[in-house]
Design a protein around this ligand. Structure first.
Ligand SMILES: NC(=O)c1ccc[n+]([C@@H]2O[C@H](COP(=O)([O-])OP(=O)(O)OC[C@H]3O[C@@H](n4cnc5c(N)ncnc54)[C@H](O)[C@@H]3O)[C@@H](O)[C@H]2O)c1
Length: 446
């Protein structure tokens, strides 16, 4: 079976990936890509590099890797850049993060040293535990600590993006947020529901409702770059940004990389739901000792993460579908900062289920994971796939990327629900790829 002609543009030239944040996740991602293209490491866990999608049925059935199905950017064509509050280059930051062994960083030391973070658009009120000084200052005042207005931030970030693109000779760009989780910014109808109101708030320097991350997203979209939100920040998950993404014809995705405990939850909850077992409670706790854990130790920052982590179960095990099984289950998520473990997070899940005639049972899951090792392939896949989406002319929220995200964006103003069920998300991903590859979307079992 031959695919139909599609309008997806080829992945020619260089793809610039500008990362907000030069911390554990960002440096593990960049180092892995640089090592993989020297043939010194394998990009394990990356769907774009390993997964295969079935196309056709019966005798015509074939399994194609993603780059056989759609034109994806090659790892060799990626150029990295970043912004961070701290001035250390990517080599120094990778060493500091202590995720990777020195022997896995040294072979690409030169390349990493060239990646020097641009000054961050930062407001300490959004991440109090950070105190780096590589931050943008207002050009309109002499005071040395002057935080630029939100609109100045946007203008400076736009300039950064344009200069990077030109200096590195990039054909296309993607902006990925892998910076700290900001404090919780509740959605405000007056400010966040229309682009006009959002722009007015930025111009009036409304520091309460406009998080710095919104300035990055706004600048990216206006400069013609797709934007991915890897933290749980509400940044692009507001109608004003959806409007901007439509106007600029740019794809957006978010929020919060789905890596450790939530990956397990979204894969495990379907077992309970599919077998029609009941749920009394699900208690999830973690210990984590990296800088991410330090920032999340502040209650206002943890609140952003909590909202994101809690949303997973609600759409998989629903009381309205099965009142006997899922009414009023207790769901609790905790993260505890515990420095000795650094990036090697340990998570525990205690799940209280019930079966035949309401007899109780328990399931315990103890995942000793490595946070950034799980996040790096997700960063790669999101960047390559959102670049593909842009070349395919797709704009606005890319729901097919929900597979990679803990709290997938969806149009809540229209009562739309997020899809959190891992296997449904995988089907959405494969179908979008089939369509962009000129094949028919289908749900046949693989
Ligand atoms: N590792 C995972 O499994 C995982 C999963 C989901 C989400 N995340 C999210 O990814 C993000 C990165 O995680 P990490 O472990 O790399 O954290 P990290 O603390 O090591 O790195 C984050 C970096 O962002 C920088 N930063 C903060 N605010 C900034 C701003 N306004 N502009 C530019 N830089 C800024 C910080 O200085 C820091 O170096 C966090 O928000 C985390 O919650 C991680």
């Amino acid at each position: 079976m031959k695919p139909k002609e599609t309008n997806v543009k080829p992945a020619t030239g260089k793809l610039g990936i500008l990362i907000v944040g030069n911390g554990a996740v960002a440096t593990t991602f960049m180092t892995g890509v640089l090592m993989a293209r020297k043939g010194l490491a394998k990009p394990i866990g990356s769907m774009t590099q390993y997964d295969k999608v079935r196309v056709g049925r019966g005798d015509e059935k074939r399994y194609l890797s993603y780059n056989e199905l759609v034109p994806l950017a090659s790892l060799n064509d990626i150029v990295f850049g970043c912004w961070d509050v701290y001035p250390q280059n990517a080599y120094q930051a990778a060493v500091y993060a202590e995720v990777l062994k020195r022997e896995d960083i040294e072979p690409v030391r030169n390349e990493l040293e060239q990646i020097v973070p641009m000054r961050a658009a930062f407001d300490k009120n959004f991440a109090k535990r950070l105190d780096g000084d590589n931050i943008k200052r207002s050009e309109k005042t002499d005071a040395c600590d002057a935080i630029p207005t939100r609109w100045e931030m946007v203008e400076m970030l736009r300039k950064d993006i344009r200069s990077f693109k030109q200096e590195k000779g990039c054909d296309r760009m993607v902006v990925l947020w892998a910076a700290s989780t900001e404090i919780y910014v509740p959605i405000n109808r007056e400010v966040h529901y229309s682009l006009q109101a959002l722009e007015a708030a930025m111009q009036h320097d409304d520091r309460e409702h406009i998080a710095p991350s919104m300035c990055y997203a706004y600048a990216a979209l206006v400069e013609g770059c797709p934007f991915v939100m890897g933290a749980p920040n509400t940044t692009v998950d507001i109608p004003a940004m959806w409007e901007l993404a439509e106007n600029t014809r740019m794809p957006i995705a978010g929020k919060d990389f789905k890596t450790g405990q939530t990956l397990v939850k979204s894969g495990f909850a379907p077992i309970i739901g599919t077998r029609c077992l009941g749920l009394d409670g699900w208690f999830s706790t973690n210990i984590l000792g990296n800088r991410d854990g330090l920032v999340l130790d502040v209650p206002e920052n943890f609140r952003t993460k909590e909202v994101s982590k809690l949303s997973t179960l609600e759409t998989i095990l629903k009381a309205e579908d099965q009142p006997d099984l899922y009414t009023d289950y207790y769901h609790k998520v905790r993260i505890n900062y515990y420095p000795p473990r650094n990036d090697n997070k340990e998570s525990w899940d205690n799940i209280d289920i019930f079966g035949w005639m309401n007899y109780p049972m328990q399931i315990k899951i103890n995942f000793l994971c490595r946070d950034s090792i799980l996040a790096a392939p997700v960063c790669l896949d999101l960047c390559l796939l959102i670049d593909l989406a842009a070349r395919a002319g797709r704009c606005g929220t890319q729901r097919f990327l929900s597979f990679f995200l803990k709290s997938p964006m969806h149009d809540y103003t229209q009562g739309e629900e997020a899809v959190n069920h891992l296997y449904r998300q995988h089907t959405m991903l494969k179908n979008a790829l089939r369509e962009m590859g000129g094949y028919e979307a289908d749900e046949e079992m693989d």
